[in-house]
Design a binder for this molecule. Structure first.
Ligand code: ZN
Length: 446
C-alpha cells in the first residue's frame, strides 16, 4: 500500500480533515488505514532553503525541516514543537517497534539507523503520519506528541508533576503549620487518604498518622499499604526500646543525637515510619526533627564557602556490628550534603556515631571540614530550625530519611512503663511509584 518515496522531494502537502474532525477524535494507536477520510492534494513547491512536505488541518500542521532534521508541529494554543527525526523513528508506536501491553520499546537497537529520514509527514485528524525513506510508517497521536514535547516548559511541568513533586522547606516557626495528621484507618482504606499522606510526606518530609492500632504489625500493615517494607541489616521492623548490651546507640535511653538513619548504605532507606506503642512517663523521650533541606539552603545563602565544603568533602560513614548473630560491616562514602548533577540537594548524610575515623581526604582539608561542620551543627540544633515532638501512643511519625535529621531526648523507663517504638522503612522508589499510580487514579486530568 505504501511506497517509499524519493528522499526529500520538495513538496508541500496539504490535507483537509474536516470530514475526519466531524467524526471526532480517534484513540491513539487505533488500527486504521492511512488517512482514510482525508484526501491529500500534493503540490510540489520548494520552500526557502528547507525542503518541506506538510499537511494542514484545523487540528494542526506538520512540516519536515531537513535542515534541522526535525518534524515541526504546529497545533492551536501551543508553541511550535520540534521533534528530531531520530527520536521519532526511535519512538515509533507501531506494533513492530513498540509493545503496547508492556509499554516498552522493542525496536532493535543494534540495527537502528540513527540517520533515518522521513519522506513525508501528514496530519490527519489527531494523528501525525510519517512515511520513512525505507517505507516504514509511524503514526503519532498529537496529544502524545504534546506530552512528549521538547519544549522546556512542558518538560519542567512533567518533571514536577510526574518525576518529583516540588519540596517545601520548613523551619521551627512554620512546623506547626505544615504538620498534617492523617487517620490510620483512612490511610488503610481510602486511596485518596493514602495519596494525600504520601504527597504530604514528599512535600514537607514529615507527617503524622494517628489512631494506629496498638499492635506490633501496624508498621508492616502501613508499609505494605504503600509497597513493601525495606529490609536492612537491622531487619524489617525494628523495636526501639532501651536494650542493655546493645550494638546500636539508638537502643539506649540516653540522648540520641540528630542523625539520618543508615548513611553508611549506598541505597539508604528513604522514609522512616516510627510507631509509638508506649511513650515514657518521664519528661524525656521527645523526638528532635530538623528540615535539613532548609538548613542547607540557608547555609548556601549565608556562607557559600561552608556550603561548598559540606557538599564537596567526602566523608566515610560506617557501621560495624551484629544483629541477631548476623555480622555486618557497611561503608558508604558521601558528603554531608549530596547534590545531584543539577546542583539540587539530593540527600543528607549525617550520623555522629557512625562517622568513620577513616577520613580519606587530603590532610589540609580536614580542619576546614570541621569548621564547616561546626556551622552546620549549630544550625541543625538551633531554635530556628530544630523542633521537638513527643509522639503520643498510637501515633506513627513518618519522615524523609534522605532529607530530615532526627534524634531523641533522653528518657527514663519507670516501673512497668517501658518506652516502645516500632520502626520500619520504605524506599522512595516505591513511594514515588505509588504516588504516580494513585495520581492517575484520583486526579487523571492533572
Ligand atoms: Zn514502527
Amino acid at each position: 500500500m505504501l511506497v517509499a518515496r524519493p528522499a526529500f522531494r520538495p513538496a508541500l502537502v496539504r490535507g483537509l480533515a474536516l470530514q475526519a474532525l466531524r467524526a471526532g477524535p480517534r484513540a491513539a494507536g487505533a488500527v486504521e488505514a492511512w488517512w482514510p477520510v482525508t484526501r491529500v492534494a500534493v503540490l510540489a513547491k520548494p520552500f526557502g532553503h528547507h525542503r518541506w512536505s506538510s499537511t494542514k488541518t484545523t487540528v494542526g500542521e506538520a512540516v519536515l525541516c531537513n535542515k534541522s532534521d526535525t518534524v515541526v508541529l504546529s497545533v492551536p494554543h501551543s508553541d511550535e514543537m520540534r521533534f528530531p527525526f531520530v527520536w521519532l523513528r526511535d519512538n515509533c508506536q507501531c506494533s513492530v517497534c513498540f509493545h503496547t501491553d508492556s509499554r516498552s520499546r522493542t525496536i532493535d537497537v543494534q540495527t537502528f539507523d540513527i540517520n533515518s529520514k522521513p519522506t513525508e509527514v501528514k496530519v490527519s485528524r489527531d494523528t501525525v503520519h510519517i512515511i520513512w525513506l525505507d517505507g516504514h510508517v509511524s503514526d503519532f497521536n498529537i496529544n502524545w506528541l504534546k506530552e512528549h514535547s521538547f519544549q522546556k516548559e512542558a518538560q519542567q511541568m512533567w518533571l514536577k508533576s510526574m518525576y518529583r513533586l516540588p519540596r517545601k522547606t520548613w523551619t521551627a516557626q512554620s512546623f506547626e503549620d505544615i504538620l498534617t495528621r492523617f487517620q490510620f484507618s483512612d490511610v488503610l482504606k481510602s486511596d485518596e487518604s493514602l495519596y494525600n499522606w504520601l504527597v504530604n510526606l514528599a512535600t514537607f518530609g514529615v507527617s503524622i498518622i494517628e489512631n494506629a492500632p496498638a499492635e506490633s504489625s501496624t508498621i508492616r500493615n502501613l508499609a505494605e499499604r504503600v509497597a513493601f517494607i525495606r529490609r536492612t541489616h537491622y531487619g524489617e521492623e525494628f523495636s526501639v526500646r532501651a536494650k542493655p548490651g546493645t550494638t546500636n546507640v539508638a537502643y539506649l535511653s540516653a540522648n540520641l543525637q540528630l542523625h539520618t538513619d543508615l548513611p553508611y548504605y549506598n541505597y539508604k532507606p528513604g522514609a522512616n515510619l516510627l510507631h509509638c506503642l508506649v511513650q515514657t512517663e518521664s519528661d524525656g523521650g521527645s523526638n528532635l526533627l530538623t528540615d535539613t533541606l532548609a538548613v542547607a539552603e540557608w547555609i548556601k545563602r549565608v556562607d557559600a564557602n561552608s556550603y561548598q565544603v559540606l557538599t564537596q568533602t567526602i566523608v566515610d560513614w560506617n557501621d560495624i556490628g551484629q544483629e541477631d548473630g548476623n555480622h555486618f560491616h557497611s561503608i558508604h562514602r558521601a558528603p554531608v550534603i549530596s547534590e545531584n548533577r543539577f546542583g539540587e540537594i539530593e540527600r543528607i548524610n549525617f550520623s555522629q556515631p557512625q562517622r568513620d575515623s577513616h577520613f580519606n581526604i587530603p590532610v589540609e582539608d580536614v580542619k576546614p571540614w570541621y569548621q564547616a561542620m561546626d556551622k552546620f551543627i549549630k544550625a541543625v540544633y538551633s531554635n530556628d530550625f530544630c523542633v521537638t515532638y513527643k509522639m503520643k501512643e498510637g501515633e506513627v511519625l513518618t519522615f524523609d530519611n534522605i532529607r530530615l535529621l532526627h534524634g531523641r531526648r533522653k528518657y527514663e523507663d519507670t516501673g512497668n512503663v517501658v518506652r516502645h517504638v516500632i520502626g520500619g522503612y520504605l524506599d522512595w522508589d516505591e513511594i514515588w511509584s505509588r504516588i504516580r499510580v494513585l495520581k492517575k487514579e484520583i486526579h487523571p486530568s492533572d
